[in-house]
Design a protein around this ligand. Structure first.
Ligand code: AGP
Length: 610
């Protein structure tokens, strides 16, 4: 986790770094810090617990000035959030400063060695301070060499930005398993954890690869590989609009992103279905022979992306007739799944940097699987390490709670399932055309559904004071229930629990009392009667029931206290619509509870630690 940024150039770095950090705050925000150096000044380090605004307040009066600096926004891994544990950290001499995203796994061992050999004294509980001391212990007037030698001793993941008071004309950066980019500006050069941090200043980017080291000067950037040979890197031109990363008048990024779903879906679909209704999987070559030789598919992801995988399994099994197993990445990578060269591994990830998903991908790759990924962030690690990438074109997602990435992931999963089924010849032309047609009109239906906001706000008013909530559903509705429940708990801190509706009576129903909110998904025509029985069971125990169903089923749902009807659609694709009222419900409840919606406590947007 954590975000790093650095700048060397003509402008005063303080403003540039604070701006960059604000764009990276989604990666962690329990403390922030900055280090500057220049020919006239020794190293200046300022850091503060809490949000970046606290750091801004701290340095406001000082009018710090420099042309070389690094900054950090933290999501604690080693040591509590505090001023002391905030980055940057310095070496023993106080002349080298380091910002770091990742985890140094052998830091305890290294720390002991440093104490023994150099008498190092540490000020913090962090692994990063150990890295700073290690770099310092190798420093003999050449920062690049010291960083290189230190990284050779480290195990784990890192993206480092390092400056030294004795060499104020350079920033040295290094990467292993944590994201790092270089921005090429007209008045200087930048490093950052990701592209949005630099959009205000640059459009030309170098994507730094694993085990590479970068030396930045005001007018020069050099990249070296693990053997310290200089490497050439093509410039990646960013086409995103900076406005796309701003709130555009909405109160929060989350609500803006909920409203961006029709456009995101149109973009994701538009580039993949040609005039003849044929699906184009970008450059992905999946022949009939390829598909016939896959005897199993694993879909592996975390959190919301995992929930998209659950729907993906349903779609692929139904439309392409291949057995699919879905797993959370943190479990998958430490069990012994059966993988060989007849396995197709599909990773789903918004950020493309989730370390658990990346770890699972690498394991599957090593064992011979073909790797496909469904990713939102272009050029991210998961995208780069996959054999085939299928991008969701949701645009930058800033709110920690994922919304538009999820619905575009669903679109991708349906497209993959339709493509596979058709290529294999196991899907009828009629069903293929019907689903594709339905998908193309989904954005309009979604727009209509977004009009229901006021009604959902009324429902939120009934629910927001409760400390527990339950989500139930059958078939694909159960998967949507999991996602709706996650949305609610992560931004409103309500203890929310999702369960397959039929499982309620096997234990969980014991928790239903008078007034307990139950959100019931009832969009599946064939399962409607069964779900209605489950609604009656909780109603009989006094629950307050909010049901989401398809137009035309209101009569069957008269026991529910509130009903939101989604526009009629094929049962198979209802999840793209039925999740929207749940996203809005979570948003409205969190707002009523006064929560920090875009940056919920304890969470970060991009989870680059295990
Ligand atoms: C979504 O609302 C969550 N904050 C989280 O579960 C997220 O989906 C998960 O961490 C996976 O992230 P990724 O899609 O970037 O891999």
């Amino acid at each position: 986790m954590c975000g790093i940024v650095g700048y060397i150039g003509d402008e005063n770095v303080t403003g540039v770094i604070i701006e960059g950090l604000k764009k990276l705050e989604y990666r962690g925000y329990d403390s922030a810090g900055i280090a500057l150096c220049s020919e006239k000044n020794p190293l200046i380090v300022r850091k503060k617990k809490g949000r970046i605004s606290n750091l801004e307040e701290l340095i406001e009066e000082e009018k710090l000035f420099s042309h070389t600096g690094i900054g950090h926004t933290r999501w604690a891994t080693h040591g509590e959030p505090s001023d002391r544990n905030a980055h940057p950290h310095t070496d023993m001499s106080g002349r080298i400063a380091v910002v770091h995203n990742g985890i140094i796994e052998n830091y305890a061992e290294l720390k002991e060695e440093l104490i023994e050999k150099n008498g190092s004294v540490f000020q913090s509980d962090t692994d990063t301070e150990v890295a700073a001391h290690l770099i310092g212990s190798y420093y003999q007037g050449d920062l690049e060499d010291a960083v290189y030698r230190a990284t050779q001793k480290m195990r784990g993941a890192y993206a480092f930005g390092v400056i030294c008071a004795d060499e104020p004309d350079k920033i040295v950066a290094a990467r292993k398993d944590s994201p790092l980019i270089v921005g090429l500006g007209r008045k200087g050069n930048f490093i950052a954890s990701d592209i949005p941090a630099l959009l205000k200043y640059v459009r030309q980017i170098y994507l730094i690869e694993n085990n590479e080291l970068v030396v930045l000067k005001e007018n020069e950037v050099k990249i070296y590989n693990a053997d310290r040979e200089e490497v050439h890197r093509d410039v990646f031109n960013v086409t995103w609009d900076e406005d796309a990363a701003e709130k555009e008048g909405y109160d929060h990024f989350m609500i803006k992103e909920i409203h961006e779903q029709p456009a995101g879906i149109r973009d994701t679909l538009g580039r993949r279905v040609d005039d003849q209704g044929e699906i184009i999987l970008d450059g992905i070559e999946l022949t009939r022979e390829d598909l016939e030789q896959f005897n199993r598919i694993y879909i592996v992801a975390c959190g919301t992306a995992y929930h998209a995988g659950l729907i993906g399994k349903f779609a692929i099994e139904k439309l392409a007739k291949v057995p699919v197993e879905v797993d959370v990445a943190s479990e998958f990578r430490y069990r012994d799944p059966f993988i060989d060269n007849h396995t197709l591994f599909i990773a789903i990830s918004q950020s493309g940097e989730t370390l658990d998903t990346l770890g699972a991908l690498r394991m599957a790759k090593e064992k011979g699987a073909r790797i496909m990924s469904v990713v939102n962030v272009v050029g991210s690690s998961i995208a780069r390490e996959s054999d085939d990438v299928f991008y969701t074109w949701a645009g930058p997602e800033i709110a920690v709670a994922s919304t538009k990435a999820y619905t575009t992931q669903l679109i991708c999963m349906y497209l993959i399932a339709l493509y596979m089924g058709r290529k294999k010849g196991v899907l009828s032309e009629k069903l293929y055309r019907l689903i594709l047609e339905e998908l193309t009109i989904i954005p309009d239906k979604l727009e209509a559904l977004l009009e229901e906001q006021d009604h959902i706000k009324e429902i939120a008013e009934q629910m927001y004071q409760h400390n527990d909530a339950f989500f139930i559903g059958r078939g694909v509705d159960a998967s949507v229930a999991f996602e709706g429940s996650l949305k609610l708990k992560e931004i409103s801190y309500i203890n929310s629990f999702a369960i397959a509706a039929g499982e309620l009576k096997h234990g969980t129903i014991a928790l239903i009392d008078k007034g307990t909110p139950v959100v019931a998904l009832a969009t599946q025509t064939a399962l409607l009667e069964k779900t209605v029985s489950n609604i009656q069971e909780v109603k009989a125990r006094g629950a307050y029931v909010f049901a989401v169903a398809q137009e035309g089923s209101k009569d069957q749902l008269k026991d529910a206290d509130e009903v939101i009807l989604i526009p009629q659609c094929m049962d198979e694709i209802s999840p793209i619509l039925s999740i929207v009222p749940l996203q809005l419900l979570a948003y409205q409840i969190a707002k009523l509870r006064g929560c920090d919606i875009d940056k919920p406590k304890n969470l970060a947007k991009s989870v680059t630690v295990e």
